[in-house]
Design a protein around this ligand. Structure first.
Ligand code: ADP
Ligand code: MG
Length: 659
C-alpha cells in the first residue's frame, strides 16, 4: 500500500519516511519503537526540584513569544494545576503557540522550580492523557515523534499483517497473535504488553533468520563448486616467499582452505581472528592456490582505504609468483578502469581488489573461482544471485576481525565453516592499556608529549552526543583547544567527523597517513582495519560509552609494528568492566567476558552482522530468543514441517534457485 494513502502523509513527509527505510504502509506498521517513555502524571505539589516530571495543567493566560536570535525563541505562559498557578517557559517551540489557547488542557514535561514558581518545559503534549506509555521512534530532521505516532496509528487501521511463525510454535509458546502484537508494540498499556508483543515479534524475525541459515547450511554442505588439481608442495613454495614463520592457527586455516579448494564442495568459510592476527596471509594463500588452478579471484573490502591497503600488502607477496593484481575503486580514472575491465574479461588480471560494489554492475570475469570478502559482510541472497546470474559458482571466503565466542559464532554463522585464529604472530608486543579518570588528564597529556617527541602519532576518539539527529561538535573542538594549549600549537591536529564530505575525509586520512597530521581526533569509531603503523597511542574519551569488543577493536588501531604501543581509556564510570581490557589483549577472551557481563552485549561493535538487519530483534541482546529460534527452525527443517507452509516453502525455493 502506498504511503500517500495514509492521512497526513504529504510528499515531503513521504521523502522523510523513505530516508528511514519506510516505503509502504506495511513498512510503516513494522517501524517499531526503539524505546518507550513511561509517563507518570504527578501532582505539581510532589514535583522534586531538578527532576523531570510530567503534570497535567490548564492554560490560564495566552502565550507570549520572544525571538531572541535566529533559531532561538522563548515562550511564556501561565497554567493552573492542582490549584497552583505557575509560569511555564519553553524554548524553541514557538510553533506550538497557536495550539495553546485559553482553557486548553495540556501535559507538561520538564522541571519545576518552586522558588521561582516556574516550570521549564522540555515538551508539551496535547493528547496523551489516556496512554501513559509513549513509544519513541528513531527520527530524522523534520519528522517528529508525534508525526510518526499519528501516521503509524492511521496505518494500523488497515489491519495489515502477516504471521510468519509456524502454528506449532505459536502454540508451544502461547504467543499472542500478530495483529495484536503489532498494535500493542505501538500502543502498549503496560510493561507486560511490551514484553509479550516484542517477544513474539522478535521470535518471528529470528525464526525466519535461523531458518535461512539452517537451510543454507544444509545445501552448502551439498553444493557443488570447482574441483582443483592441487598438490601439497604448494604450501612449501608459498611459504618460501614469506618473511616470517606462520602461526599454528594460520597453518591450520590454510590447510582447511587447501582441502576446501581441492575437493568439489563449494567453499563457504569464515576466518575469524583479531586485528593483526594475520588473516591477510591466509587469504593470500587462498588466492595463490586459486591462481595455480587457473582461476581469477576477487577481494572485496568495506572501504576504499582498506582496499588500497590490501592491494599494497597482497601485491607485495603475489608479485613473487607473477600474479597480476589490479585495484578498482571509485577513484580509479575512467581510462584505467576501462582497461582493467577489459583485461579482467580477457583473463589477464588474476586478482581484482576493490570495495563491495565489485560484484555488482558491469564487472565481468573470465573465470572467477574465488571471492573473498573482508569484514563479515555476508553475501545476501541478492549478491549470490548476482554471481549465479553470471553463471559462476566461486568458492567464498569471509574474513572477520570481530572475535566472538565460538558457540555464538556457530549459531549466527551456522551456514559457514569456521576457522579461528587465536594465536598472535610471534614478537608482537602487548598494547599497554590503562584507565584514567578525567581529572588525571594531565598525566595523559604528558604521555602524549613523550610519544610525539619520539615522532609517533596518536589517535584520539571522542564520541559525540547526538541531539535530535544533529551532532554536537563542541566537545571535540574544546578537546582540540586543550591539546593546542598543552602542546603550544606546535602539533598539527586533524578532526574526523561524520559530517565531513568523503573528499575532506580522504584528505585528512591521507595527511595522517603521511605523517602531516600528528594527532587525529575522531568522533566515530575509526574505520576497522585502518593501518598507520606509526601510530602508537590511542586515547578514548568517555570509554564507558563503548562496549568491550568495540574498545578492543579500537585498540587494534595501534600496536602495528614492533614499537611499544599504548591505549588510554578515559572514564569516570564503569571501571570494573573496563578493567577487562587492562588485563587482556586477547579478543576472544574479551568477547567471552563481554558476553558474560552484558548478555551478548557488544559483540559486533556498532554494526549488526553483515546484511542481516532486523526490525526489532537484536542479535546482540536477544541471544536467548535466538537459541530458541535456532532449535525450533532446525526441527522445522529436519522434520520437513514446512511442506505446507507457503512462506517457508518460498524461502527454500528462492535459496535453492540461486545456489
Ligand atoms: P589481519 O588481517 O588479521 O588484521 P594482517 O594479516 O594484516 O592481520 O597481519 C598483520 C601484520 O602481521 C602484517 O604486517 C603481517 O605481515 C604480519 N604477520 C602476519 N602473520 C605473521 C606471522 N606469522 N609472523 C609475523 N608476522 C606476521
Ligand atoms: Mg571446494
Amino acid at each position: 500500500m502506498d504511503l500517500k494513502s495514509i492521512k497526513g502523509i504529504s510528499s515531503a513527509f513521504e521523502t522523510k519516511l523513505n530516508s528511514l527505510g519506510i516505503f509502504s504502509v506495511e513498512n510503516l506498521v513494522e517501524y517499531y519503537p526503539y524505546r518507550y517513555n513511561i509517563i507518570n502524571l504527578i501532582n505539581i505539589n510532589e514535583a522534586i526540584e531538578n527532576e523531570q516530571v510530567t503534570v497535567k495543567a490548564t492554560i490560564v493566560d495566552v502565550p507570549k513569544v520572544q525571538y531572541i536570535r535566529r533559531n532561538f525563541n522563548r515562550m511564556n505562559f501561565k497554567v493552573i494545576s492542582n490549584n497552583i498557578i505557575f509560569n511555564v517557559v519553553i524554548f524553541n517551540r514557538a510553533f506550538y503557540k497557536q495550539n495553546l489557547t485559553l482553557n486548553q488542557n495540556i501535559v507538561l514535561v520538564g522541571k519545576y522550580n518552586r522558588l521561582k514558581n516556574t516550570f521549564t518545559a522540555s515538551d508539551i503534549k496535547f493528547n496523551v492523557l489516556e496512554n501513559k506509555i509513549e513509544p519513541v521512534y528513531h527520527l530524522v530532521l523534520g519528522l517528529t515523534n508525534n508525526n510518526l505516532i499519528k501516521f503509524i496509528n492511521e496505518a494500523l487501521k488497515n489491519n495489515l499483517y502477516y504471521d510468519y511463525i509456524p502454528y506449532i510454535y505459536t502454540e508451544k509458546y502461547h504467543f499472542i497473535n500478530k495483529l495484536e502484537a503489532v498494535n500493542l508494540i505501538h500502543n502498549p498499556r503496560s510493561i507486560e504488553d511490551i514484553k509479550a508483543s516484542s517477544l513474539r515479534l522478535k521470535y518471528e524475525e529470528l525464526f525466519d533468520f535461523m531458518f535461512r541459515i539452517n537451510y543454507l547450511k544444509k545445501i552448502n554442505n551439498k553444493s557443488k563448486g570447482l574441483k582443483r588439481d592441487l598438490v601439497s608442495d604448494n604450501m612449501a613454495s608459498f611459504m618460501k616467499v614469506l618473511p616470517f614463520e606462520l602461526t599454528k592457527d594460520q597453518l591450520e586455516a590454510m590447510q582447511k582452505i587447501y582441502v576446501d579448494l581441492k575437493n568439489e564442495n563449494r567453499m563457504n568459510r569464515l576466518v575469524l581472528g583479531d586485528v593483526g592476527s594475520g588473516k591477510t596471509i591466509v587469504a593470500t594463500y587462498a588466492i595463490y592456490l586459486n591462481f595455480l588452478s587457473g582461476y581469477q579471484s576477487a577481494l572485496m573490502a568495506p572501504t576504499e582505504i582498506l582496499a588500497m591497503q590490501h592491494y599494497e600488502s597482497i601485491n607485495k607477496i603475489l608479485t613473487n609468483f607473477n600474479i597480476n593484481v589490479a585495484l578498482l575503486t571509485g577513484s580509479t580514472k575512467k581510462k584505467d578502469k576501462d582497461l582493467i575491465l577489459e583485461d579482467l574479461k580477457e583473463g589477464k588480471i588474476d586478482l581484482l581488489i576493490g570495495t563491495h560494489s565489485l560484484i555488482s554492475g558491469n564487472v565481468k570475469f573470465k573465470k572467477l573461482g574465488l571471492v573473498i570478502t573482508d569484514e563479515q559482510h555476508r553475501f545476501g541472497v541478492n549478491q549470490r544471485n548476482n554471481l549465479s546470474d553470471k553463471g559462476l559458482s566461486p568458492d567464498v571466503l569471509y574474513l572477520s576481525a570481530t572475535p566472538i565466542p565460538r558457540t555464538y559464532a556457530l549459531t549466527i554463522y551456522g551456514d559457514l565453516d569456521l576457522s579461528m585464529i587465536r594465536t598472535k604472530p610471534m614478537g608482537r608486543k602487548e598494547i599497554i592499556t590503562k584507565i584514567y579518570k578525567e581529572n588525571d588528564i594531565k598525566d595523559v597529556l604528558y604521555k602524549m608529549l613523550e610519544e610525539l617527541k619520539l615522532g609517533h602519532q596518536i589517535y584520539v576518539v571522542s564520541p559525540l552526543i547526538e541531539n535530535n539527529g544533529e551532532l554536537d561538535l563542541k566537545s571535540v573542538l574544546e578537546l582540540e583547544e586543550k591539546f593546542n594549549l598543552a602542546f603550544k600549537n606546535q602539533v598539527k591536529i586533524g578532526i574526523l567527523h561524520g559530517k565531513l564530505k568523503p573528499k575532506e575525509k580522504d584528505q585528512i586520512m591521507n595527511d595522517f597517513k603521511n605523517g602531516l597530521i600528528k594527532i587525529l581526533i575522531s568522533t566515530t569509531v575509526i574505520e576497522v582495519g585502518v593501518d598507520v603503523p606509526n601510530t602508537t597511542m590511542i586515547i578514548v574519551y568517555n570509554a564507558e560509552r563503548f562496549g568491550l569488543a568495540t574498545l578492543h577493536q579500537l585498540r587494534g588501531r595501534v600496536g602495528r609494528n614492533d614499537v611499544q604501543s599504548y591505549c588510554y581509556l578515559i572514564s569516570n564510570k564503569d571501571i570494573e568492566r573496563l578493567k577487562v581490557l587492562e588485563a587482556s589483549n586477547d579478543g576472544f577472551y574479551i568477547s567471552e567476558k563481554d558476553f558474560e557481563m552484558r548478555g551478548s552485549g557488544d559483540l559486533f561493535g556498532n554494526k549488526q552482522s553483515g546484511e542481516a538487519t532486523f526490525k526489532i530483534a537484536n542479535l546482540k541482546t536477544d541471544y536467548e530468543i535466538l537459541l530458541r529460534a535456532k532449535m525450533d527452525s532446525e526441527e522445522y527443517l529436519e522434520k520437513e514441517l514446512y511442506i505446507d507452509n507457503e512462506y517457508y516453502q518460498n524461502i527454500i525455493n528462492e535459496i535453492t534457485f540461486i545456489q
